[in-house]
Design a protein around this ligand. Sequence first.
Ligand code: C5P
Length: 484
Amino acid sequence: MANLTIRKLDELLKAELRQRAAANGRSMEDEVRVILRDAVHQRHGFAPSLPQAGGAAAAEPVPDDASPDKHEAFSASKAATARVTLIVGGGIAAYKAMDLIRRLKERGADVRVVLTKAAQQFVSPLTASALAHQRCYTDLFDPQSEFDAGHIRLARDCDLIVVAPATADLMAKMAGGHADDLATAILLATNRPVLLAPAMNPLMWNNPATRRNVDQLRRDGVAMVGPNAGEMAERGEAGTGRMAEPIEIAAAAQALFAPPPRPLRGRRVLITAGPTHEPIDPVRYIANRSSGKQGYAIAAAAARAGAEVVLISGPVDLAAPDGVTLTRVESARDMLTAVHAALPADVAIFAAAVADWRVASEGDQKIKKGAGGPPPLQLTENPDILATISKLAEGRPKLVIGFAAETENLLDNARAKLARKGCDWIVANDVSPATGVMGGDRNTVHLLMKSADAATIDSWPVMTKDDVARALVQRIAQTLEVHA
Ligand code: C5P
């Protein structure tokens, strides 16, 4: 069969091809393959390739027949949403990497496989290319792909690089910045996220040198999945070092190449949570049973949705959710000060169970038990944070949401609260002891939304507090979008 040399094409054609290849994010060589393949497809009545199918279509050999099987493979690659460069290291787990190719493709990835020299002792390039439906790469000095710096393309013309199995040696080379073969050259030249699935003997995994390399790679921003604990391929050996299962690696990869939507990106969300402690004297206080779980779950969900989240929390036993700025306070007055300091915000959610009253004159010293009987505790009203922020003339968040924790007449009380406090929504929940909501993990809520005449009520089924948080965040995102 005659060879086609791009360099020998006439200049005009080359310029056209260069532009088309650049627009589709392919090499010129791959663009030619796509054009030829589309010509074959059109002859057989198939739809042409989508531009974003880039790499997938790119390296596929042009079919010499148009069997239904091949059509299916092409369709799968056309649906590709991400391009993954999979580097297979030389370890017994390399055979599992062949299954990983299929798992990644199931998730819509177009997979280009690179086999190290050692990996080829365990699996063949033929197996990898048959599963990936495209050629597989093995050599840094491959005239076919290196004429246009193929290793740079494999390093950058993708959304993610997965290394599975990541052997101790490959990780050591990565940590040290070596680039003496195709795999390490790609890893050094990439500006894409990298996910490693380490696999090695437990003694190698626990060796101080590997520990150092793992730490270094984590500091360099490399993601890892596994290794898992279990039986080793070596007879009688067990421990941590088994490569994560292909399905786990594919899920970790998908989280990186197709991160969940972030509908609150660019929004600032302020949340209060937990109880307040109202001092009686330096050692005693008035409190309530709020666990803070619902407010913390909302903060976590908002952060996952891409918001900049400020969580102002009363005393609870919960850790700050990832990506959330936490300010801890004690009393209602401290909470109000912290809320003012955290403004402006697009959304304010007041999930805290703020004490309605505090002791009018807090004792400077511990109040002593005396002959005069118990001290009279004169109470005074606390500032209403929700009402204060709802009624701000200037700097009011676009959406102000309060909570109504009630033990009776839930909806009537919640409706009255919505009107009285001036907020936009009220999340009402029954907190009578029988419901187990206080401190529990589940919640049944009704969302009351202020409308022109009366409130619209949306009653949700019993859900975990995490699910309530997710649903609320989704509703907030939709509302902000509509009123943007
Ligand atoms: O009046 P009640 O305490 O039932 O109101 C509940 C709602 O008002 C909650 O959103 C709570 O965070 C908020 N609230 C407040 N400041 C108070 C009392 C309640 O922000 N002092």
